[in-house]
Design a protein around this ligand. Structure first.
Ligand code: MD3
Ligand code: FE
Length: 204
């Protein structure tokens, strides 16, 4: 495997300063009041430790029916809230100025939550990057290569960090080993919120 610095993985540490983090978090929590976080269940029937909701035209979900994108919240049946404007601006600057994202997955990690090593392959087209924004407690993130057997490296994602996964890194295996509880005081009740912007549907 190539070093992570050559695979299309770009980390912008502290891209959002403390006030910008607080403003974004407020907007996320406000939108989550109408599209509440819920605990998804894997196709195999196991509840995930991460809680989720989505913003935008399409939201990623999993249940007994499988992994997919859908336009409505599984519990409320309502369309997902709009993607926060500040995230659309970040996407235009860092990911693609022409094609907007159509999906923003919001992951909530309370103490002890993690996400196993996986690839993101439920999108129609993998040519656009994925952009991720971290808020709250620091995460120990693991990223490897396109083969599950490729070696992995560990990277800490702290509050305000933005990372871009482009090119070969777009299909890299990755996961969250653990959250460092108490490393930030941003999220009420403690924990970490990750926002991931993607183009899930066709490009045109
Ligand atoms: C590397 N989320 O939602 S964000 C996911 O912190 C997911 O909640 C993690 O993996 C989280 O699917 C990691 C950073 C990230 C996002 C997408 C990627 C890394 C990625 C797609 C390809 C490769
Ligand atoms: Fe992922």
């Amino acid at each position: 495997m190539q070093p992570v610095s050559q695979t299309g993985f770009r980390l912008a540490p502290g891209a959002l300063d403390a006030p910008a983090q607080a403003v974004l978090l407020n907007e996320v929590l406000e939108k989550a009041a109408t599209a509440p976080f819920y605990r998804p269940v894997t196709p195999g029937g196991k509840p995930m430790s991460v809680e989720m909701t989505n913003f935008g035209p399409l939201g990623w979900m999993t249940d007994a029916g499988g992994y997919r994108y859908q336009p409505t919240h599984p519990a409320t049946g309502q369309p997902w809230p709009e993607i926060p404007e500040v995230l659309l601006r970040l996407w235009a600057e860092l990911a693609d100025p022409e094609v907007p994202p159509d999906a923003c997955l919001v992951n909530l990690y309370r103490e002890g939550a993690k996400m196993g090593l996986h690839q993101d392959r439920d999108e129609t087209d993998f040519s656009l990057p994925v952009l991720s924004v971290s808020l709250g407690d620091t995460a120990v993130f693991r990223i490897g290569g396109t083969s599950r057997r490729d070696p992995t490296t560990s990277v800490r994602l702290a509050s305000g960090d933005v990372c871009l996964l482009a090119g070969p890194a777009r299909l890299a295996h990755h996961g969250i080993d653990r959250i460092i509880a108490g490393s930030s005081r941003l999220v009420p009740g403690g924990g970490r919120i990750n926002l991931t912007l993607r183009r899930a549907g066709p490009l045109a």
